[in-house]
Ligand binder design. Structure first.
Ligand SMILES: [Zn+2]
Length: 197
């Protein structure tokens, strides 16, 4: 905290008029036309107002808790008797549609466990299933009005290019190279999301 010892009056927050000594931090405007100040408390109040506005505009982005596939399945267990395999697949599909991060890697791992061996076949199934899950999710988000179109359009173009050329290059690559790439990217993403919490 800065303290002034000169003859001048203590600086005050232009919003709440608390003096510099009464607050932890007083921030000055960048220019003198006219010189204004804001204290840390007013910045915090302004931030929470902006936060509330953002919450109203996009309710989907402020959902506090994202259910894991296991939790989705537990929920289904309360309503559906038996059908264990189907409930597990549905839980993974819901996860892919709502969150989606690492979905492709998740499916490739699932196919490998199920006994599939040709990575190109697995990639084809993965793409088909991801298209179905994401297609349903896209329609749901559009109906809910939760799509930010300028960003979405940019991503559509990027995804289309990546999807087309990605498949083209993957076909040219050796199967074991693709396998190692998938394993590496999967491990890196797991580490990233673990670190991000
Ligand atoms: Zn203030």
């Amino acid at each position: 905290m800065k303290t002034r010892t000169g003859p001048e009056e203590a600086l005050r927050c232009s919003f709440c008029h608390k003096s510099q000594d009464a607050v932890a931090k007083l921030i000055s405007s960048p220019s003198d036309y006219p010189r204004a100040y804001i204290c840390d408390e007013c910045v915090a109040v302004c931030n929470s107002i902006l936060e509330d506005d953002r919450g109203d505009a996009h309710p989907a982005t402020t959902a506090g808790h994202l259910p894991k596939p296991q939790e989705v399945k537990n929920f289904l267990d309360d309503y559906v008797i038996g059908q264990d395999q189907t409930k597990k697949k549905l839980a993974v599909a819901v996860y892919i549609g709502y969150f989606g991060a690492g979905a492709g890697i998740l499916m490739l791992a699932l196919f490998a466990v199920m006994g599939m061996e040709n990575i190109h076949t697995m990639n084809a199934y993965k793409t088909l299933l991801a298209s179905c899950a994401n297609g349903v999710a896209v329609v749901t988000f559009m109906i809910a009005g939760a799509v930010v179109w300028p960003h979405a359009i940019l991503m559509i173009v990027g995804a289309a290019l990546g999807g087309y050329y990605g498949a083209w290059y993957a076909q040219k690559l050796d199967q074991s190279t693709v396998r190692w790439l998938v394993t590496g990217i999967g491990a890196a993403m797991s580490a990233y999301f673990f670190w991000r919490g």
